[in-house]
Design a binder for this molecule. Sequence first.
Ligand code: GMT
Length: 374
Amino acid sequence: MKIGIVCYPTYGGSGVVATELGKALSIEGHEVHFITYSQPRRLDFFNENLFYHEVGIRSYPLFKYPPYELALASKLVDVVKYEQLDILHVHYAIPHASAAFMAKQILAEEGIFIPVVTTLHGTDITLVGKDATYAPVVTFSINASDGITSVSDDLRKDTFSHFNIKKEIEVIPNFIDLARFKKQPKEHFKTAICPHGEKLLVHTSNFRAVKRVNDVIRVFDKVRAEIPCKLLMVGDGPDRPEAEALCRELGACADIRFLGKLDVVEEVLSVADLFIMPSEKESFGLAALEAMACEVPVITSNAGGIPELNKHGYSGFLSDVGDVEDMVKNTLTILKDENLPTFKANALARAKEFDISNILPKYEAYYEQVMEAF
Ligand code: GMT
């Protein structure tokens, strides 16, 4: 197949999923064309089946907001026509699904017909999409897609409850490349961070309100009162200053390090004993899956699609959103020396169920189904 993939190229789960999917499809022999405004971060290897088309944005003094959606639609028309694509797969509804719709209409005028698959990732539905600012266009463009997938059953249900969707939504969960995300021998790093054999907790996110980073700090502060431990905060975003202020207020700065954005998060996860994700909402929780693949058990909230990934008492524990005390109790259970090896093994076993080799055929089969029905 010749597949066009549209995504956000920077940090963020939807771009990661789109890029890793494209890479895997290209290895399977499909021709994959990425169409976006800059080189996707994870598009870091060469393959004769991989192509990248940059969407150039023309600015003009009249434009307070340069119209990216129009530039993307125009680029889609060009790439579909000249590369003779069979299918377009857009990740994150806003504005990719509506840009694809517009491109499809323009191409149809020229007698070129292409099916569009839209993958819903989470905040495009639960936070941004349902806002009245975008809702009519999001509803229309999801319904105008020839195929719709969501990364969890919870997100599928949310989509039906927030929008008047008239088509079926196929659930295809997030996946992990276990060849990349695996426990690596980085013991020197662990010794540097935890010189006295302390347990190491890790959180990674974009530090947005939905991630509840202050809960991470509060849980850690109570855990460190019970056992020697350290915390690494990976990532950056609007709530980082508040989290840093809380560390100072609690007198916990000596035990917590903010590492900022890291490309090699798997190296940090390789030495972690526990991952914490207390999110308010999470359509799937790819960051937790990345941790589990590196043999790290996870403490999570039970929000959104997280229960479809984390199994309570097996790969970690789930608590109600904001229930810091329960998260502390569960963290202490996992970190007990007699429990930790089992939780680590279980985390990996659960992650293996989401190995890309299990999920890639689902996308391929779905593309075939959509193209046949088109
Ligand atoms: O987590 C974020 O805020 C980034 C966001 C994105 O769109 O890049 O992630 C969403 O998509 C990921 C990949 O499908 C999911 O694993 C995340 O759970 C989801 N985030 C939320 O629902 C908050």
